[in-house]
Design a binder for this molecule. Sequence first.
Ligand SMILES: C[S@@+](CC[C@H](N)C(=O)[O-])C[C@H]1O[C@@H](n2cnc3c(N)ncnc32)[C@H](O)[C@@H]1O
Length: 256
Amino acid sequence: MAQREEAGPSSVDPEDVARFDRIGEDWWSADGPMAALHKLNPVRVAYLRDLMSRHFRVEGLPRDRYAPRPLEGLRILDAGCGAGLLAEPLARLGARVTAIDPAPRNIEVARRHAEKSGLSIDYRMTTIEALSGEAATFDAVLAMEVLEHVLDVAGFVRCCGALVRPGGLMFAATLNRTLKSFAFAIVGAEYVLGWAPRGTHDWRRFISPRELARAMAAADLSAFDETGVVFDPLQGGWRLAHDTDINYMMAASKRR
Ligand SMILES: C[S@@+](CC[C@H](N)C(=O)[O-])C[C@H]1O[C@@H](n2cnc3c(N)ncnc32)[C@H](O)[C@@H]1O
């Protein structure tokens, strides 16, 4: 893997990042190894769009979530962006997206795909730790399906918090550490259904909503929403739910 600059200790798990790096061009194949993220995209994009347009409207910026570009001008950091599956739809909604990942091929594939899609996204091969050493701040920082892959969750969240401007937001999507998540997210998704490559997840790294809210509080972020994401076998897709036993998302705001 190519060299990159780092500031202080890193939450990067080199083996885990190398596994994502190897996915290469297959990131964008809807039936490939990242099929689960492709299927999750509509529900998480809608969640982010709705909460951001509501929050920043309350803050005084006129926003309409039904407008074609409700995130117009918002500066968003997608931390651990992979090959840009989430960065692209957010850019289409009008956001000015900076997207980072330590895996060099992820960033290469992401840049090429954005160019083909005619989207301008600031992709950087770096870590959250290195970026948090810079003076930049964002209206919103996202850590979507990343925290269960890092070595130091509290440290990662602290770096995210440092990059959120006062009054801005942080969002995280991750997996709860329950018996149900072991049965469905590991045994079911990886071994029975083959939705994700075997070994993608380590159950011991899953995080309860309480632990995440605590890490956010230590980063000066106050959690105000916790929403489950469940698979609906009848519709063959994901939907938002109260049940946070397996997948969930959390939103937090930073004090002014
Ligand atoms: C499961 S993928 C999620 C990709 C993307 N967020 C999505 O949901 O489509 C996790 C990504 O986090 C990246 N990652 C791991 N540690 C990181 C760190 N310390 N800083 C930034 N990204 C990191 C990995 O390289 C990998 O691409």
